[in-house]
Design a protein around this ligand. Structure first.
Ligand code: NAD
Length: 277
């Protein structure tokens, strides 16, 4: 199969990002190469990893084995919390593990406000992004206060903020803040990580039935229609294909509104204000 018809979004630095990809958190290193290879065969070109996922090398092996030109791929990795005081060293180590000369997007993984090292880390990323080793930089799990601090201290607005976001946790205030500043929002846990009954609720089930799709496809579509970047994780080839088969239907405004109304401001992951691993 060739490339999927994934739209590109333009970041505030002018670079383009494919709006759909594959996240590889909790894919064991021994499975990651197979899953990324299958995703590449199915047409995925955007991969979201991190140093803490311990599978950068396996992602890199699958990318290399595909033989695809580097410019067709979009690879994100992230600076782990304990490396915030050495962003350059951590970045080089990630590049080495990935076996790449460049990453498309490098993120500060968490604000860990107790450590007071995120602004320094961000200054490091600002130095890195000027090089030919990294096209875009951003953050992850940054709340409005964390973003305000970063921007006021450095004057540099992240291209991306990757946060927990799904119909049960819609982050409206944060999304509006990011929209005003041109910060693209990426949704992690876009399907609520399988930790809720999101895919059995009447809103997602009814829309799925109306379009001959699955509730997971409906939720992915909801993200896409909100302009969010999304990379649902799965290790199954069937679900890889299912999660990418979302470009031949559109949710109606009534269906979007019914899913918008599901917001419970309920997170399943850690609270960025206190997470400090
Ligand atoms: P997700 O919402 O993508 O959920 C993944 C789970 O959903 C799978 O384990 C599977 O059980 C289920 N699933 C997947 N496809 C399905 C389908 N078609 N039908 C039914 N169930 C399906 O959660 P996630 O993996 O946590 O998030 C996606 C990616 O976001 C991660 O892999 C990672 O790249 C990124 N992430 C980033 C952070 C961060 O702190 N920046 C945190 C968590 C995840």
């Amino acid at each position: 199969m060739g490339e999927l018809p994934v739209p590109f979004l333009e970041l505030n630095d002018g670079n383009l990002i494919p709006q759909l990809g594959l996240g590889v958190w909790r894919l064991p290193a021994e499975d990651t190469e197979r899953v990324v290879s299958e995703a590449l065969e199915l047409g995925y070109r955007h991969f979201d990893t991190a140093r803490i996922y311990d599978n950068e090398a396996a992602v890199g092996r699958a990318l290399a084995a595909s033989g695809l030109p580097r410019e067709e791929l979009f690879v994100t990795t992230k600076l782990w919390n304990t490396d915030q005081e050495d962003p350059h060293g951590a970045f080089e180590a990630s590049l080495d593990r990935l076996g790449l000369e460049k990453v498309d997007l490098y993120l500060v993984h968490w604000p860990v406000p107790q450590r007071k090292t995120a602004v320094g880390a961000w200054r490091g990323l600002v130095e890195i992004v000027g090089s030919n080793q990294c096209d875009s930089i951003g953050v992850s799990n940054f709340e409005i206060a964390h973003l305000n601090e970063l921007i006021s201290e450095t004057g540099v607005v992240p291209a991306v903020n990757q946060v927990e976001l799904h119909p049960l946790h819609q982050r409206r205030e944060l999304r509006a803040f990011c929209a005003e500043r041109g910060i693209a929002v990426e949704a992690w846990g876009p399907l609520s990580q399988g930790k809720s009954d999101l895919l059995e609720r009447p809103e997602t089930v009814a829309a799925a039935a109306a379009h001959g799709k699955t509730p997971a496809q409906v939720v992915i579509r909801w993200h896409l229609q909100h302009g969010t970047v999304v990379f649902p994780k799965t290790s199954s080839r069937e679900r890889l294909a299912e999660n990418a088969d979302v470009f031949d239907f559109e949710l109606t405004s009534a269906e979007m509104a019914s899913i918008d109304a599901m917001d419970e401001q309920r997170n399943f992951g850690p609270d960025p204000a206190s997470f400090n691993e």
